[in-house]
Ligand binder design. Structure first.
Ligand SMILES: [Zn+2]
Length: 413
């Protein structure tokens, strides 16, 4: 299990300078290390071995590069090892058909974070204020809006500067206790995610898409204002921060919604089945909304997966092929363009909302894939005759698309 807690830091002006100094020293180290790495032939070893070879030169490097001695040891090491992650991410993009070049030298704006591994960071309090105590850096005030459970081991602390200028600390943790997943799951749900509706599940709950038009409009206005300022001027710089803030607002709102929705499914059910979105064909959609939708769905999937892990809920991602075409009752395939919102089977007469039909197929595949002892009747027999439409606003406000009190109270991120 591996997920992150994220807290805002509240550094003093002096600490800000220190943070920026560390960030920039790491950036210079990264650029240098990348240069050294690129001179090592591929035949010299695996990617990991070659990056480690660069990392092992740190001790020698510190002989002549004084600033490196200001960094905590694992921070410097993690900075070099980041090359490995970047290359992996790059080749994943390539595999997915994106046209990407090689790794680039990082400019100051592009290098935003540095990481402490295992040690060098500690929670503390000073004059009644929570602080994050960072070795070779400072005791930085931290806004701890929630507690990290005592039984988790924090593996890493990443200190990051957002484009808004705000600093955050993110913690990757190892859960010591992973709850057992039920051997005889009772509450099972299949979820179909879409564009017109965000999600439609086998219990008949249809969650509408989040309305972000106000936020988008504010962002566009801010961008327009930026374009009219003289590039690089004080006003331009001020407005650039406003633009970054508008971006952050939009992102926060979307994440909040996805957190609450995924939390609801992970806590309310024993099995959650969803489509493997990496494989979901998005060809029906125009480019722009396709990118946006696939990014948000990917986030939703990842949140759902780690939350299910945390709650002891089975999570299963199924092959998305033909989930919309197939009849959930008899399996016969019928073509349906996007605008046909109803499933009406010419073969067996089964009728359902288009997305409800897909959700049932997703759940059936999920149950089959898991092979767990689910003794109840097939999902199609338990499908509700009437679907309930729920606004995304309700999910954001109550943390749940249904009115069940248990989930409304259990809202957390
Ligand atoms: Zn049928």
């Amino acid at each position: 299990m591996h997920y992150a807690y994220r807290f805002r830091l509240d550094p003093t002006p002096e600490q800000r300078e220190q943070l920026d100094y560390h960030r920039d020293t790491c950036r210079q180290l990264y650029n240098h290390a990348l240069n050294v790495f690129e001179q090592i032939p591929e035949s010299a070893g695996t990617l990991n071995q070659r990056v480690r070879e660069v990392r092992d030169q740190l001790t020698d490097l510190k002989e002549w590069w004084d600033e490196l001695n200001d960094l905590y040891s694992t921070v410097a090491q993690a900075t070099v090892m980041r090359i490995e992650d970047s290359i992996k991410a790059l080749s994943e993009l390539k595999q997915n058909g994106y046209n990407v070049g090689s790794l680039n030298w990082k400019a100051p704006q592009e290098f935003r974070s540095f990481t402490y591994v295992q040690s060098g960071f500690e929670f503390d309090s000073k004059n009644g204020q929570s602080v994050l105590s960072l070795s070779k850096l400072a005791d930085i005030p931290i806004v701890k809006h929630r507690e990290i459970p005592d039984d988790v081991n924090i593996k890493e602390a990443t200190i990051k500067k957002e484009p808004t200028g705000e600093w955050y600390a993110c913690f990757a943790v190892d859960g010591k206790r992973t709850p057992e997943k039920p051997a005889n799951p009772e509450r099972c749900v299949g979820i179909d995610v879409g564009i017109l509706k965000y999600a439609h599940d086998t219990d008949g709950t249809a969650v509408e898409s989040l309305d972000l038009s106000d936020e988008r409009e504010r962002l566009e206005r801010a961008q327009h204002d930026l374009s009219r300022k003289e590039h690089g001027s004080n006003n331009w710089e001020k407005q650039r921060k406003v633009v970054a803030q508008r971006h952050a607002e939009l992102k926060r709102k979307r994440r909040d919604f996805l957190h609450k929705l995924s939390n609801y499914y992970a806590t309310e059910y024993d099995i959650v089945a969803i489509e493997d979105l990496d494989a979901k064909g998005l060809v029906d959609l125009p480019g722009n909304s396709r990118n946006r939708a696939s990014a948000a769905w990917g986030t939703f999937n990842r949140m759902l997966e780690y939350k299910c892990d945390r709650e002891g809920t089975h999570f299963v991602a199924v092959d998305p092929k033909d989930t919309t075409k197939e009849c959930a009752s008899c399996g016969v395939k019928t073509d349906k363009p996007l605008w046909v919102r109803k499933h009406s089977c010419p073969s067996c007469g089964f009728e359902a909302d288009r997305d409800a039909n897909a959700a049932i197929n997703i759940l059936s595949r999920g149950l089959q894939q898991l092979g767990v002892g689910h003794s109840e009747e097939t999902p199609v027999e338990t499908a509700l005759p009437v679907d309930t439409s729920v606004s995304a606003k309700r999910v954001v406000e109550t943390g749940s698309p249904t009115l069940k009190e248990r989930t409304a109270n259990a809202v957390s991120k």
